[in-house]
Design a protein around this ligand. Sequence first.
Ligand code: ZN
Length: 225
Amino acid sequence: MLPSSTVENYLKAIFHGQLLLPADIRLVPMGQVAAALNVTPGTATTMVKALAESDLAEYEPYTGVRLTPAGEKLAVLVLRRHRLVELFLVQVMGMSWAEVHDEAEQLEHVVSERLIERIDEMLGRPTRDPHGDPIPTAEGAITPIHHQNLLTCPIGTPLKVTRIADQDPAFLRFIENNGLKPGQSIEVETRDAAADSVKLRGRNLLSITIGARAASKLLVEVERP
Ligand SMILES: [Zn+2]
């Protein structure tokens, strides 16, 4: 079976599912895979069985699925193409940070290895995409990043935004308009558990209050002076 765009999207969905699994769970539930790809459970099962036959995944009926090392490698290379394309569209084409994800969803399946290598070289072998996600190497190595989010980070401590864990254009524009893009310095002033909100301040900005859901998608690291 050749890695078509459908196969690649399944590999990505299972890979992302694996990253979110609790430590004691090995397999990504099939319902989760189907929901991520917006297909029926029956469709997802048929496809996952085909992946298993191609040795890209391990499938256990009624339990779930997990990628084999070969499947993981392919998934990571799709992520590499996606993230390099996003960075290229922002840095070279001047496209909006908030809009490039959907373009990359298409282009990740069609750009050649040769073109991706050229883009990687031209951009100076970058390690992060415009949303702060790590860019895997051509060998398929990916550096896991352990971030805190605005619900778990220390209060009253200088922080650097490292990653936005959401690709929704409206949310990304909100982030941009409020000076909260990766690389910006911010500080949490207070957390209000009753109101489910977080009040924060940028270095030169007024305080803004955001909801807990938005706060959980803003990943940060403590800034070292
Ligand atoms: Zn993206």
